[in-house]
Structures are given as structure tokens and as C-alpha cells.
Design a protein around this ligand. Structure first.
Ligand SMILES: [Zn+2]
Ligand SMILES: [Zn+2]
Length: 444
């Protein structure tokens, strides 16, 4: 029977069934509160896509020498607001709230400031440096207009390295991120690279930018006019005023000798590692704390939201959060946006449920016994708990994407074992089924 995947059965009152387009389904029962705007559920069928990416992230971060860190979802408001006084995310988009004890708290809008806080509090910077940490599936919260791949709660994979001032660390982070996208299966992504100088030389660059933009100010958008005094670098990545940004002075021409040398060496290291990238003079990052290196991975297929994530160096951040001066660099990327990009590239392999064997048959006790034996032996095993007809059991096995199906035919007869991928079928004594499937799984 043909079934439109967009049609979902909907129960309306007493046993009355109708179909409705999934894309149009609203919450039908008045008693069900929908999930909060800008959030997403990850249902069992989708969670495997997440676990694949998480597995790649953990494996790669480990290979590059990063250890996992986990921090709370909320911090004192002061910590979050201290790092980005002129940053839009912090000014307008954080979830701030007062708890029942009268404390002002903020849901973390990103991972870096909480990680710095945790490392300071845990005394990590007092030991041997560098400290290399990563987080994966870190929930981050921003109150903004939800759109594709941009949510009020999203999840990040990120790496941070503390205590290493040199460009080799910047290069290492960029390579790790490139390796991650490659392993995830993203093809059309290009690293963009820029330098935005240091506290020594950035004032000069800000002046050069203001001199360039001053006459153009009346033609710029309201955001740019507001940012002109406080944060003129952000005028460069305005989505509205792209044209104006193209003629703006380049940071690389205005930075001090030390910053220029850092950038040169970074570029040489990336070239030595065979990574191609694009110099992007309009690239700045949303947070104020970046120094010298900034980078972003830009995806061709994702439309207006072209960035799949990025990072850079932030040598002043640890000190600004109350620590000693510890140089730092890192990156973060949004998992949801990566999933959107993967879907756009159409590369995603159909996730399997992990059902190695489905046990079918009329004898419920025998089915249950073999299924249990298979699970204890380490196989993913399923059966039909509803005791339906054999035909219905096969359909259930199909839905589960079972790798093998075994049909138990009674105590005197051999079981029929079918490999669902090759469609090969053979008689096997029920007592051998688990061993045969184990061998087949090991050999695939
Ligand atoms: Zn400088
Ligand atoms: Zn603008």
C-alpha cells in the first residue's frame, strides 16, 4: 500500500480516525502543551544522527589531545554579561532570570565564558599548560527569532585551549574543525580566516574604520549606526551593508608587527598542513573578546546563514573574568545547523536502529527466550510484543530496519534465518542462530 510520508493518522474523539499533513499538524488535543517556541525534540529515530556526530567529535577531539568538560546550563548573570558588554547576543538575546532566592542568573549563550570560569574555579590554570578542553552537545540559549538551524536552545561542539600564545594552537584548532566537517560528510565548506589585531593595535584600526564609515553613516542601517561608536568592527559583517564593507580598510594592513607575524606564521602552518582557506577581510566575530586570529567555516548550501561555526583567539578573556593573563583560543559550532547542512547536501546515510536480529514466530515464549538470549550475547534484538500475525511481525521488522529476521517454526523444526540485506535465507537450528548472526555482524 502506498503511504504518503507526510500524512499522519490523527485520532479525533471516539475512534474517529483521519489523516492530516504532518507539515500542518498543530497540537490537536487541548490538553497537550506544545514544546516551547524555538526548541526542538530529538525523537528516537533522529537521535542516531546526533550520536554519529557526537562520536566523531569525541574521537577527533581526543586525537588532538582535548579532554571533555561539562559545565552547568546557567551561570550568574554577572559572568555572562561581563564578557560582552557591547555584544548583541549579551545585550539583547540572553535568558536572564531571578531565581526564588533573588539571585540573577543567565542561561549560557555559549560555552567559552562558563568553561573559563570552571577552569579558574577548578584551579586548572595553576598546573601545567596548555589546558585543552572540549564540550559536545552543550546546550546554549539565545532569545532570538527562530529560523532553520537557529533555535532558542541549540547545541554546540567546541574546543578551547588555554596557555598557548602561539599560532600553532590557532592552526591546530582550524585543522581539527576542518577534520570534523570532513568526517561528518560536509563537502562544500570553506574556512575563512582573518586577523583583527590586539588591544595595542586595534584602536588604530578602529579609527581607520570610523574614518572610512563616518561619511557613509547616514546610508547605513540602524544597527550599524548604533555600533559605529562602540564596536565599529561589527559594521564589517553587517548583512545589510555588505557593499560598504567591501571598500573598508583591511585589518591586516593596520595591525602591529607582532600581530602581523602571528598571522603570517599561522598562514604558513596551514599551508604546510595542506589546508586551503580564504582570506576574508570582512570577517569579525560576534563576541568582543577576540584578539588576533578569527576564523569561520562557511557553507555554500545553507543560504543566508552561511556560517557553520568558527572561533579564534581571545587572549584577554581569562584575565577579564578575574584570572591571571592566560592566552586562549577556541572554536564552537552549532550541531543543529550542521544537521541542516548535511540534509542539504543529501549525504546523510539512513540511520539504522541497531536491530541486528528480529525474532518472529507464533510461540510467544520461544520468541521471547531467543530474543533475550540474543540481547545477552550483545546483539541488538527485537520481537513483536503485540503478538500479531506473522505478516504483521515482518512489517514490524521492516520498520525497525532489522539486519536479520529469524522465524521460529516449532520445537521440531529448524528456524529460518534471513539476511535482510542480501535477502539470503537458510535453515538454522534455533540454538545456533545467535552464533551465526554474531559471526555475520562481526564480518560485515
Ligand atoms: Zn597587535
Ligand atoms: Zn548595517
Amino acid at each position: 500500500m502506498y503511504r504518503d510520508p507526510d500524512l499522519a493518522p490523527v485520532f479525533r474523539g471516539r475512534g474517529f480516525l483521519s489523516y492530516e499533513r504532518r507539515s500542518e499538524v498543530r497540537v490537536l488535543a487541548a490538553s497537550v502543551t506544545p514544546r516551547a517556541r524555538g526548541t526542538e525534540d530529538v525523537l528516537p529515530g533522529e537521535v542516531l544522527r546526533w550520536r554519529r556526530l557526537e562520536g566523531i567529535a569525541r574521537e577527533l577531539a581526543g586525537r588532538y589531545g582535548f579532554g571533555e568538560i561539562r559545565t552547568p546550563s546557567f551561570e550568574y548573570t554577572e559572568l555572562i554579561h561581563r564578557v560582552g558588554e557591547s555584544t548583541d547576543v549579551v545585550q539583547k538575546e540572553t535568558y536572564d532570570f531571578i531565581d526564588r532566592g533573588g539571585r540573577s542568573l543567565t542561561l549560557r549563550p555559549e560555552g567559552t565564558a562558563p568553561v573559563v570560569r570552571a577552569c579558574l574555579q577548578g584551579g586548572l590554570f595553576g598546573g601545567s599548560l596548555p589546558i585543552k578542553v572540549f564540550y559536545v552537545t552543550l546546550s546554549a540559549f539565545r532569545y532570538e527569532r527562530p529560523e532553520a538551524g537557529r533555535l532558542r536552545q541549540h547545541h554546540q561542539f567546541g574546543c578551547e585551549c588555554f596557555g598557548s600564545p602561539g599560532p600553532a594552537t590557532d592552526a591546530e584548532l582550524i585543522l581539527l574543525m576542518a577534520d570534523f566537517f570532513a568526517a561528518a560528510g560536509i563537502r562544500s565548506v570553506v574556512p575563512h580566516l582573518n586577523t583583527i589585531g590586539c588591544p595595542e593595535c586595534r584602536p588604530r584600526y578602529r579609527e581607520a574604520l570610523q574614518a572610512y564609515y563616518r561619511d557613509r553613516l547616514p546610508t547605513l542601517c540602524a544597527d550599524c549606526r548604533r555600533r559605529f561608536d562602540q564596536n565599529p568592527l561589527r559594521l564589517l559583517d553587517c548583512k545589510v551593508d555588505r557593499e560598504a564593507a567591501l571598500g573598508a580598510p583591511h585589518a591586516v594592513d593596520h595591525v602591529c608587527a607582532a600581530c602581523a607575524e602571528h598571522f603570517q606564521t599561522l598562514r604558513a602552518l596551514l599551508a604546510a598542513a595542506g589546508l586551503s582557506y580564504e582570506l576574508d577581510h570582512q570577517l569579525v566575530r560576534g563576541f568582543d573578546y577576540y584578539t588576533r586570529t578569527v576564523f569561520e567555516f562557511v557553507h555554500a548550501g545553507i543560504g543566508a546563514q552561511a556560517s557553520l561555526g568558527g572561533g579564534g583567539r581571545y587572549d584577554g578573556l581569562v584575565e577579564s573574568l578575574g584570572g591571571t593573563a592566560v592566552p586562549a583560543a577556541g572554536f564552537g559550532l552549532g550541531m543543529e545547523r550542521l544537521l541542516v547542512a548535511l540534509a542539504q547536501e543529501g549525504l546523510e546515510a539512513q540511520p539504522t536502529t541497531g536491530c541486528d536480529i528480529f525474532v518472529a514466530g507464533d510461540d510467544a515464549a520461544a520468541v521471547f527466550a531467543l530474543c533475550s538470549e540474543a540481547r545477552r550475547a550483545g546483539l541488538g534484538a527485537e520481537f513483536d510484543p503485540l503478538g500479531r500475525s506473522l505478516k504483521a511481525q515482518f512489517r514490524h521488522a521492516d520498520r525497525l530496519g532489522a539486519r536479520h529476521v529469524v522465524i521460529l517454526q516449532g520445537p521440531e523444526q529448524p528456524a529460518v534465518l534471513r539476511d535482510m540485506r542480501t535477502r539470503e535465507q537458510r535453515d538454522t537450528p534455533a540454538s545456533d542462530v545467535v552464533a551465526v548472526v554474531q559471526a555475520a555482524i562481526a564480518g560485515r
